[in-house]
Design a protein around this ligand. Structure first.
Ligand SMILES: NC(=O)C1=CN([C@@H]2O[C@H](COP(=O)(O)OP(=O)(O)OC[C@H]3O[C@@H](n4cnc5c(N)ncnc54)[C@H](O)[C@@H]3O)[C@@H](O)[C@H]2O)C=CC1
Ligand SMILES: N[C@@H](CC=O)C(=O)O
Ligand code: NA
Length: 433
C-alpha cells in the first residue's frame, strides 16, 4: 500500500551528476513512488552558485547552506554529489547524526575514509550506499556486496575510469592528441573536477580500493593501491602495442594471493591482446571481470561515466535506501572481517614489454639476455630491428614471461646500466593473456 507522506531527499551538489539526479527524480516521480511504496520529494538542493539557472528545480529549494540542510531533521535521505573529501565527509557524518541515510558517488572519500563513514552509519542505524562511486551505471557494488556475498572472490580486473579509456581509445583509433582527447572527455562530463585525478590514476585507484575492500571483505585504502596513470603513455607505446596485436588500457587489478593470506591492488596502463574482451571497450565505457570460486568468471560492462549513467546508479541506491527506511531494515554495512594485509607491488607477478634502443653490434643480444637471466626473468619473445639511419643503433623489443614485479623492475634498472643500451624507450606491463 502506498504511504502518502513523502520521503524527503536533500541533494548536495547540482553539477553534472546532481542535475541529472534532480531531473530523473522529477520525470520519474510516479514510477519511483510506486517502486518504493511512498512518494519521494526533493526537499532541498545545496549548491555553490545559487544564481545559476537550474531547469526543472524550484528556486525555493536552492540553498548555499549545505550544513543547515543536512541538520534539518526532517530529511530521510541525503544524496552527496559534491565530490572531494571536505566538506563532503563532515556533511555525510552530520546527515547520519541528524537522522538521514546517505547515497554518495564520492569514490575519493570512500577510498580514503570509508571505514569511519561505515562505522558512523552503523552507530546511528543509517544506510550508506555508493553504487555510483565505482564504474558509473554498471552494477558492481551491489553484486559484490549482495549477489556474491556467499561466494569467494579471488580477482577483480577491469577498466574503471571512463576519461582515461576515452583518451586512450581516441589516441589509438583516430590518432587524436592527448590534450584534445582530454578536453573532449571533460566537455562530455566524464572527467573529475580536477582531471589530474583521472589521468594520474587516482580515480581508478580509489575505485580499486573500494572494489578490493568489498570483494575480499577487508580494508583497502587508496594509499594501499599501486598507482600509475596514463600521462607517460606515448603515441609510440600505442603504436608498439598495435604491432604486437595489442592495445593499451588503464587497468585496475585486485587479487587475492594464492595462499589466501594477503591481497594486492594496482592501477597501471597495460598492453592487452586485441582478442581480449577488454580491448573492445571503447570511449567512456567500463568493463570489469570478477572471478569467484563458485560463480567462475563474470563480466560487467556499461557506461562508466557521465551525468545520466551515474545518476541511474544514484537513483537505484535511492530506491533501495527508501525501501529500507520504510521497512525499518537497514541494508548491508561494511564487511571487513578478514583484515588481510595488502602486499606491495614488488610481490605482484606480471609480464613486461620492454622497448630498448641498443648499439647495433654483435654480442648485444647476449648481454641483454644475460641481465634477464641474472634477475631470474624468463624471456618470451625478442624482436630486433636495425635502424635505417647512421645512428648505429637498433631497436630491441623484449616481452617477458610472468615474474615478480620487483625482479622485472630490477631487470630494467640493470639494463639501463649497460653501455650498449642507449635508452629504454618504453616499459609496459602485459595483461590478459
Ligand atoms: N561525472 C561523472 O561521470 C561521475 C562523477 N562521480 C562522482 O560524483 C560526484 C560529483 O561529480 P560531478 O557531478 O561530475 O562534479 P561537478 O563538479 O559537475 O559537480 C559538483 C557540484 O558540487 C558543487 N559543490 C561543491 N562544493 C559544494 C558545497 N560545499 N555545497 C554545495 N555544492 C557544492 C559544485 O559547485 C558543483 O556544481 C563526485 O564525487 C564524482 O567523483 C561518480 C561517477 C561518475
Ligand atoms: N571521472 C570518472 C567519472 C566516473 O567515475 C571517470 O572518468 O571514470
Ligand atoms: Na556502479
Amino acid at each position: 500500500m502506498m504511504r502518502t507522506r513523502p520521503l524527503k531527499v536533500a541533494l548536495l551538489g547540482c553539477g553534472v551528476v546532481g542535475s541529472e539526479v534532480a531531473r530523473i527524480m522529477t520525470t520519474h516521480a510516479d514510477d519511483l513512488a510506486a517502486r518504493i511504496g511512498a512518494p519521494v520529494e526533493l526537499a532541498g538542493v545545496a549548491v555553490r552558485r545559487p544564481s545559476k539557472v537550474r531547469e526543472g528545480i524550484d528556486p525555493a529549494l536552492i540553498t548555499t547552506d549545505a550544513t543547515a540542510l543536512v541538520k534539518r531533521g526532517d530529511i530521510d535521505v541525503v544524496v552527496e554529489v559534491i565530490g572531494g573529501i571536505e566538506p563532503a565527509r563532515t556533511l555525510i557524518r552530520t546527515a547520519f547524526e541528524h537522522g538521514a541515510s546517505v547515497v554518495s558517488a564520492n569514490k575519493a572519500l570512500l577510498a580514503e575514509d570509508g571505514a569511519a563513514l561505515h562505522a558512523d552509519a552503523e552507530r546511528y542505524g543509517r544506510d550508506l550506499y555508493y553504487e555510483a562511486a565505482v564504474a558509473g551505471a554498471i552494477p558492481l557494488v551491489r553484486p559484490l556486496r549482495e549477489s556474491l556475498a556467499g561466494d569467494k572472490v579471488n580477482r577483480v580486473l577491469g577498466i574503471v575510469n571512463g576519461t582515461t579509456n576515452f583518451i586512450l581509445d581516441k589516441m589509438d583509433t583516430s590518432g587524436a592528441g592527448y590534450s584534445e582527447a582530454l578536453d573532449e572527455a571533460t566537455a562530455l562530463g566524464y572527467a573529475e573536477a580536477d582531471p589530474t585525478a583521472d589521468v594520474e590514476g587516482f580515480d581508478a585507484a580509489a575505485k580499486a580500493a573500494i572494489l578490493a575492500g568489498i570483494a575480499f571483505h577487508t580494508r583497502v585504502k587508496i594509499g594501499d593501491v599501486h598507482r600509475e596513470g596514463i600521462t607517460e603513455v606515448t603515441a609510440a607505446d600505442i603504436a608498439s602495442a598495435r604491432r604486437m596485436g595489442c592495445t593499451v588500457k588503464l587497468l585496475a587489478i585486485c587479487e587475492r594471493a594464492a595462499d589466501g593470506r594477503s591481497v594486492t591492488a594496482r592501477v597501471h596502463p597495460a598492453m592487452i591482446p586485441l582478442s581480449h574482451p577488454l580491448a573492445s571497450v571503447r570511449e567512456a565505457y567500463n568493463a570489469v571481470f570478477i572471478e569467484a570460486d563458485a560463480a567462475g568468471q563474470l563480466m560487467f560492462y556499461g557506461p562508466g561515466a557521465g551525468g545520466a549513467p551515474t545518476a541511474s546508479a544514484v537513483l537505484g541506491d535511492l530506491v533501495a535506501v527508501c525501501r529500507n527506511k520504510l521497512n525499518a531494515a537497514p541494508g548491508p554495512g561494511e564487511s571487513a572481517y578478514t583484515r588481510l594485509p595488502v602486499s606491495p607491488m614488488g610481490d605482484v607477478v606480471t609480464r613486461y614489454h620492454i622497448s630498448l634502443d641498443v648499439a647495433d653490434k654483435p654480442g648485444v643480444l647476449a648481454q641483454v639476455a644475460t641481465v634477464f637471466a641474472e634477475q631470474g626473468v624468463s624471456i618470451d619473445t625478442v624482436r630486433q630491428k636495425g635502424r635505417q639511419d647512421s645512428s648505429g643503433e637498433a631497436s630491441l623489443v623484449v616481452v617477458t614471461h610472468r615474474a615478480p614485479d620487483a625482479a622485472l623492475s630490477g631487470t630494467v634498472e640493470a639494463l639501463r646500466k649497460l653501455d650498449t643500451v642507449r635508452g629504454v624507450a618504453s616499459i609496459m606491463r602485459v595483461e590478459g593473456e
